[in-house]
Design a protein around this ligand. Structure first.
Ligand code: CO
Length: 357
């Protein structure tokens, strides 16, 4: 919290307004649901932070780590929560509002400070959250190992004849078996469906000759896993293996490019270059990766617009893909952690092309 106060001041903000979100979990260990009733942590330079909660949420706040460490103030149904918030805010200046604060609450806060400037709190929070401490790295590693294990168990199963949605359910139970407390997403995209990166698993039955893109993740100790592998059920269709090798090389080269001081843009360019050289540049339709932590997608982004140098402790995905419309897709994704000498892969599942039953 002291770090957040210092960062708020360094950013020239007179207060940070933190709504229920991963920011609040990270700062205060408190995870209430986002509601129409205002909950807001107010961080101010040089003053103690205050958590403003609706009265009926007070027992839950008091039970959380935050309630034991931090001043809590309540507003009651019938009162104007934004007036209660205004009593905690400096008179003017620039305020950071969490990226995930509901518009209704931000508009309420703006009504109280019509002359203040409001900016996204990510200017402060992304910098704090993107470098993981050892306990966060441990949870991300555990989550990654669980996802690896779920993948290994899945490819021991006969997939031919199963519908995508059945494989998705199976992946969900394997994630829970391997230590995940929550399943966040299970993409199972067979044959031509693989050309849609976020395909929703449906009724298509997997048949021999289908490449299948699997992209799934959940949470371990609130920290996220996210892995993609592309496998082939039976004989690969024409042209598939060539595309697979290109994606694999792009993933490998991008991984090798990671070290402190290199930017997300440079790592993205390495993957893109491999794919462009092979003639598939137009088929790589997304950025190379995204940070991961309390959220499945967070800073730093491994994308052409990220000019921030990477730092040791940052964790993100490297997940180039090639999408051949009407035919198939290939994506290979690992979570990696930046270390002083380069990067560590947190996912260790095999990246060789697996042909399964
Ligand atoms: Co991902």
């Amino acid at each position: 919290m002291v770090l957040a106060q210092e960062a708020t001041e360094a950013e020239g903000l007179s207060a940070l307004l933190v709504a229920p979100s991963a920011d609040l979990v990270w700062l205060a260990g408190y995870e209430p649901p986002p509601l129409e009733r205002l909950t807001c942590l107010v961080v101010r330079p040089g003053r103690d932070p205050v958590l403003l909660v609706p009265e009926l949420e007070r027992p839950r706040a008091a039970d959380s780590p935050v309630g034991k460490r931090m001043e809590t103030t309540v507003w009651r149904d019938g009162e104007d929560p934004y007036e209660a918030l205004a009593r905690l805010l400096p008179g003017e200046g620039r305020f950071g509002a969490s990226d995930q604060m509901w518009a209704v609450h931000l508009l309420g806060a703006q009504r109280m400070r019509p002359h203040a400037e409001f900016v996204p709190a990510s200017a402060v929070m992304a910098r704090l959250r993107s470098v993981k401490d050892p306990s966060e790295l441990e949870l991300l590693s555990r989550a990654a190992r669980g996802a690896d294990e779920a993948f290994r168990k899945l490819v021991d199963t006969r997939l031919e004849g199963l519908r995508e949605e059945e494989v998705a359910v199976l992946l969900g139970s394997l994630l829970r078996e391997t230590g995940h407390e929550e399943v966040s997403f299970t993409v199972v995209a067979s044959g031509p469906n693989g050309a849609s990166p976020h395909h929703e698993p449906g009724g298509r039955a997997i048949r021999a000759g289908d490449p299948v893109v699997l992209d799934f993740g959940g949470r371990v100790g609130r920290y996220c896993s996210d892995i993609s592998r592309t496998v082939c059920v039976g004989h690969a269709p024409k042209g598939f293996e060539e595309v697979y090798d290109v994606v694999r090389e792009a993933q490998e080269e991008a991984f090798r490019a990671v070290r402190p001081g290199v930017t997300g843009r440079e790592v993205d360019a390495v993957a893109r270059e491999v794919i462009e050289r092979a003639g598939y540049g137009e088929r790589f339709i997304h950025r190379t990766g995204h940070g991961i932590g309390l959220e499945a997608h967070e800073s730093p982004y491994i994308s052409p617009e990220n000019e921030e140098p990477l730092r040791a402790g940052m964790c993100f995905s490297i997940e180039p893909g090639i999408y051949m419309e009407g035919r198939f897709g290939v994506r290979i994704e690992d979570i990696v952690a930046v270390i002083e000498t380069g990067a560590n892969r947190l996912n260790r599942a095999d990246r060789d092309l697996l042909t399964i039953a």
